[in-house]
Design a protein around this ligand. Structure first.
Ligand SMILES: C[S@@+](CC[C@H](N)C(=O)[O-])C[C@H]1O[C@@H](n2cnc3c(N)ncnc32)[C@H](O)[C@@H]1O
Length: 293
């Protein structure tokens, strides 16, 4: 009979990560994607990767470190590792006060100046788009603002993430009710179809403005390939980076933006001590950053 204090079988052989192995893996993750794992999150790697190491028949985290660098399956394994270290939490109409400022101020002003300049080309970049709720929200807002005028505009929302898994889900565009909790009801009715399982399928017109692709924000070459934007959304992404990586990414956004372009970051994020190249514009409930010439 197992004693009351014996561990379940699955926990018995839990692989431990030493401080040295942790430091090695943490530095590797940082160079691969810019995500910095603090010491107090060592358990996260240990818990989440231990079973994976067993599946791969590896005896230690040191062996795993070499596997990630030299095994023929390293590319696939790196994607799995990204999934372990990223937080993909998101929702439609996330941070409504910021989106109101976006709609009433940023977009209104930008559309006006584009019209005055005689162009109808608009480019938005959603960097770190997770499962697609953010770029689809932006597409809904554009449909609502431009209405029947939309077909005469050349609008493209480029949506990127590090994780292939979230991008697959984004392309599918099927969501549960919880992720729509802050979305106005009339917009849910207008832009989603309810399927037989009670899920919400985003409409083809909303999808049509959005192009998804994998991109690593720590890869300069990949970033340079992104088409230039009028607006960059990068919300709740840089929070996982250290200051050096934040500076690199924000400077890449600066280079990507057209003159006087806008940058919107998460409400708990700031460019303080990161960049002086943008002018903060304060609105009730949101700060928007504008590219200074
Ligand atoms: C918390 S989600 C934010 C989603 C959405 N922007 C929002 O605010 O709701 C953060 C996303 O950033 C992505 N991410 C983290 N590091 C990245 C990197 N180096 N390159 C691209 N995406 C990254 C993660 O995979 C994750 O899906």
């Amino acid at each position: 009979m197992p004693s009351l204090f014996s561990q379940p079988l699955s926990l018995k052989k839990e692989l431990k990560i030493s401080d040295q192995e942790f430091a090695q893996l943490r530095d590797f993750i940082y160079t691969q994607c810019g995500i910095y794992i603090a010491d107090n999150r060592k358990y996260l790697l240990e818990n989440r990767l231990s079973n994976r190491l067993k599946q791969l028949n590896l005896k230690s985290f040191n062996e795993y470190y070499y596997y990630l660098q030299y095994d023929s399956g390293r590319k696939e394994e790196l994607n799995r590792l990204f999934e372990v270290v990223t937080t993909n939490e998101t929702s439609f109409y996330r941070n409504p006060p910021q989106l109101t400022v976006f709609q009433d101020n940023v977009l209104a002003e930008l559309l006006k100046s584009l019209r005055q300049a005689g162009t109808r080309k608009l480019r938005i970049w959603s960097a770190g788009c997770s499962t697609g709720e953010e770029p689809y929200t932006l597409s809904i807002i554009l449909h609502e603002i431009l209405k029947t005028e939309l077909p005469s505009w050349d609008v493209k929302i480029t949506a990127n993430d590090l994780s292939e898994r979230v991008l697959m889900s984004a392309r599918r565009g099927v969501y549960n009710e919880y992720t729509l909790r802050t979305t106005p009801k009339h917009l849910v009715e207008r832009y989603f179809e309810r399927d037989s399982e009670g899920n919400f399928r985003v409409s083809a017109e909303v999808k049509s403005l959005v192009t998804f692709g994998q991109l690593n924000l720590s890869d300069k070459v990949q970033i340079k390939r992104v088409e230039r934007s009028n607006i960059v959304f990068c919300r709740n992404v840089i929070i996982y980076f250290d200051d050096e990586m934040k500076q690199r990414v924000i400077s890449a956004f600066y280079d990507n933006l057209f003159a006087s372009g806008y940058l919107l970051i998460g409400h708990s994020e700031s460019l303080h001590n990161i960049s002086r190249a943008f002018r903060p514009m304060h609105y009730p409930g949101a700060i928007v950053y504008r590219k200074e010439e």
